[in-house]
Design a protein around this ligand. Structure first.
Ligand code: SF4
Length: 213
């Protein structure tokens, strides 16, 4: 078998062999990330969550704590969830790649492909009503096309992955709200819309707190 054929073997079936339920406990497919990580950061939240949030990759806080979306971005996500009548414990949160890239660089195309089978396996098992892609890299990875995140934020789209199809909502990354105040309302409204679309949360679209912006 050639190296090329080995790469294309990344699939839900291959991932199933390497996963314990929804978690990966030993994987060395990405040599640079094996060097830079201190642990593999698996998804958190209910295994049957209706809402699944997809980020890019663990950062320093996530790598240290072993949980996706902690630190400032996680705190903003928690605020938006609360505004929509949800708690972190109600939703599934995972990343496109499970190991921290060095100096927080974007994951490479090869690293995204290496980890793809684990993501597809997690989506297959959780079977969420809706996937929310947090930022450009996860949006383009899931939708398999160029995405103008700010322009498309809040749009509900259908995504086909192999034999499965999912509904997804594109969102700006929570960290974007730190650098551009106008993104905060976009982010909160997107999360509220996602909760409504998935049939979870308080169903008021987050309107009660929009005056806080
Ligand atoms: S990012 Fe994914 S594929 Fe790469 S080493 Fe980590 S768990 Fe394995």
């Amino acid at each position: 078998m050639t190296g090329e054929e080995t790469d294309t073997a990344t699939s839900v079936d291959v991932a199933a062999d390497a996963m314990d339920g929804l978690s990966v406990h030993a994987c060395e497919r990405c040599p640079r990330l094996v060097e830079s990580r201190s642990q593999i950061v698996n998804g958190t939240g209910p295994a049957d969550a209706d809402l699944l949030f997809l980020g890019e990759a663990p950062g320093a806080n996530e790598d240290e704590q072993g949980e996706p979306f902690v630190g400032r971005s996680g705190s903003i996500l928690d605020d938006a969830l609360r505004d929509a009548g949800l708690a972190r414990a109600d939703v599934r949160i995972t990343n496109c790649v499970r190991c921290r890239p060095p100096e927080n660089r974007d994951p490479t195309t090869e690293e995204l492909a290496n980890c793809r089978g684990y993501l597809e396996r997690e989506l297959d098992l959780v079977d969420p009503e809706l996937v929310v892609t947090l930022g450009k890299v996860p949006s383009e990875h899931l939708l398999d096309r160029s995405v103008a995140v700010t322009k498309e934020a809040g749009d509900v789209v259908d995504v086909r992955l192999g034999e499965r199809s999912y509904r997804a909502v594109v969102s700006v990354h929570p960290a974007a709200t730190l650098y551009d105040g106008s993104q905060r309302q976009t982010f909160f409204e997107t999360i509220a819309r996602a909760a409504d679309t998935a049939g979870v949360g308080d169903g008021d679209g987050g309107q009660a707190n929009l005056g806080d912006f």
